[in-house]
Design a protein around this ligand. Structure first.
Ligand SMILES: Cc1cc2nc3c(=O)[nH]c(=O)nc-3n(C[C@H](O)[C@H](O)[C@H](O)COP(=O)(O)OP(=O)(O)OC[C@H]3O[C@@H](n4cnc5c(N)ncnc54)[C@H](O)[C@@H]3O)c2cc1C
Length: 296
């Protein structure tokens, strides 16, 4: 059977710039967005049996896809798998639910703990994989358990401590897990206070981050003892441009797409910054953004 007979919604030669927040990148040979966990499992079984390489994506807000695109399949766990349910002080959310939505629902139910995440544009699956965080809190602080498929496609429920959370990392990548969903443990709070804190964080983001231009948030991880953005600023790289890619004027830790950037422009700017910062300060900047496809 052909792939599109088995999975009628599969797309071929899908432009990845339509799916990642940088709005750049070439085509994915195969692109599939499952609408059920069963369909996800069937699809992964098919690609494995046919030796087709595959990657998982959520909302594409922490990815740079190369101009050559992606050979094999991209599996997007997005809006079709995004249910959110509130049970007492907990929220059960599927992998494709967007953090903003989950935090809005938490606020509407007077649940506190997730305010920090309300401006992170990722999915639950991506945020758990990355242990996304802001304002001194991370996903690990609110997660009780995580539902995953392991590399043999076996369903598992992992407790917080089994997820090996670290700074912008978790056991997901190391073990090739697919995150299906999670149970978040929050606390009863005051609705007005929760909303006020979310608004304060939102205002801080809008004043400090270039939200009006495509980006993937902070490009680099925070090097120990430093701030990437501050080093980049001190090196005089604020506003530096390669093609359509620019070190944000507003926040030096961000690279923005001025409109006509290619993935190559962004990659070359990343390399330039890394080299410059290493030569000047002896600090190695590691990318937080995931590089997908061929770059050199
Ligand atoms: C304007 C802006 C602001 C941002 N601010 C922050 C911030 O404050 N803090 C922060 O930590 N990040 C921030 N980010 C980065 C990004 O939003 C987070 O890293 C987010 O958690 C990524 O989620 P995603 O669904 O977009 O993941 P994607 O970019 O789609 O994927 C990221 C990684 O997770 C993997 N992945 C995604 N879903 C799954 C799944 N279900 N199962 C297994 N693996 C999966 C992918 O394979 C990839 O390796 C920001 C980004 C932007 C554009």
């Amino acid at each position: 059977m052909q792939l599109n007979d088995l999975f009628p919604n599969v797309k071929f030669d899908e432009p990845m710039k339509n799916h990642i927040s940088f709005k750049v990148g070439g085509k994915a040979d195969i692109f599939f967005e499952p609408s059920s966990i069963r369909e996800l499992i069937e699809f992964i079984k098919y690609v494995k049996e046919n030796n087709i390489p595959h990657i998982i994506m959520g909302n594409g807000t922490n990815m740079l896809v190369s101009d050559d695109g992606v050979r094999g399949a991209v599996v997007k766990l997005g809006p079709k798998l995004s249910s959110i349910e509130v049970i007492d002080d907990s929220i059960i959310a599927q992998c494709g639910a967007i953090l903003l939505e989950v935090s809005k629902i938490a606020a509407a139910n007077s649940l506190t703990g997730l305010e920090f995440a309300s401006g992170i544009p990722g999915s639950i699956g991506g945020a758990i994989t990355m242990n996304a965080g802001a304002y001194g809190k991370e996903m690990k602080d609110v997660l009780e358990e995580v539902e995953v498929l392991d590399s043999n496609l076996e369903y598992k429920v992992l407790q917080n401590k089994e997820m090996e959370f670290g700074y912008r990392k978790s056991a997901v990548e190391k073990n090739n897990y697919i995150v299906l969903g999670a149970k978040l443990k929050l606390m009863k709070g005051n609705k007005a206070d929760i909303k006020a804190l979310m608004e304060e964080y939102d205002e801080r983001r809008r004043s400090k981050q270039p939200l009006e231009l495509p980006s993937a948030g902070s490009v680099f991880k925070r090097p120990e003892g430093y701030y990437a953005g501050k080093l980049i600023e001190e090196a005089g790289l604020r506003g530096m441009t390669i093609g359509g890619a620019q070190v944000s004027e507003k926040h030096c830790g961000f690279i923005v797409n001025k409109g006509d950037a290619t993935a190559g422009d962004i990659y070359n700017l990343i390399k330039h910054i890394q080299k410059n910062i290493y030569e000047r300060f002896g600090v190695k900047l590691e990318t937080e953004v995931k590089l997908i496809g061929k770059f050199e």
